[in-house]
Write a protein that binds this ligand. Structure first.
Ligand SMILES: [Ca+2]
Ligand SMILES: [Ca+2]
Length: 202
């Protein structure tokens, strides 16, 4: 990525992160201590009988020294979420870059690396838009080892099963996107690893 800065008439400096040719913007590499709770670095939880454990893994990782490890047991009426980004209940979940400083008009897709175990588990990858509307992209764990998952914005759909009370529900993907979350869908049980979340202009 490259950073474009301009001096405004007011004397402020405006900086927007945009893409150099063929490059990407690194959103998250899960390198800090991964813990939950009100002051945690990961906003995660489960309900309806499902359960989840979240930690940092140093043995299985794609980049840097750590990945996000999710050990899940998703039962039929249950749900769970593992979120990072801005505006979440946990207070230290920020990405490496602020949403407002990204040139979203140039972004085509959000990508991440997933370590699969070929369990056939369906994983929902959700993003929350600027109107607090939740958008979903489905991924199947049908491979083994690390694989880059590419989620073009055109492949997301507004969730019909649940939206936050504060969601604008306007069926428009409003930028900037503020957070993302992973949810292994029921019924399924296993372990997944995620790493290196990026934006791409390709
Ligand atoms: Ca990492
Ligand atoms: Ca919206």
């Amino acid at each position: 990525m490259k950073r474009l800065c301009a001096f405004l008439m007011t004397g402020f400096v405006l900086c927007v992160v945009t893409f150099a040719q063929g490059s990407t913007i690194l959103l998250d590499d899960f390198e800090n201590m991964l813990i939950g709770g009100p002051t945690g670095t990961v906003d995660f939880g489960a309900g309806g009988g499902s359960s989840i454990e979240v930690s940092g893994a140093r043995d299985i990782k794609y980049s840097g020294s750590q990945s996000l490890k999710i050990k899940y047991d998703a039962v039929s009426d249950g749900y769970m979420w593992v979120a990072r980004g801005f505006g979440l209940d946990s207070k230290n979940t920020d990405w490496l870059i602020k949403p407002a400083s990204i040139d979203w008009l140039k972004v085509k897709a959000i990508t991440f690396y997933m370590y699969g175990s070929d369990t056939k588990t369906m994983i929902a990858f959700d993003i929350k838009d600027n109107g607090n509307e939740m958008w979903r992209f489905m991924v199947e764990d049908n491979f083994k080892g690390w694989k880059q998952i590419i989620c073009p914005f055109g492949g997301f759909f507004a969730r019909g099963d649940w939206q936050p009370d504060s969601a604008d529900k306007n069926a428009v993907l409003d930028f900037p996107v503020k957070s993302f979350q992973f949810e292994p869908r029921p019924q399924a049980k296993g372990v997944l690893y995620f790493d290196k979340v990026e934006l791409t202009g390709q």
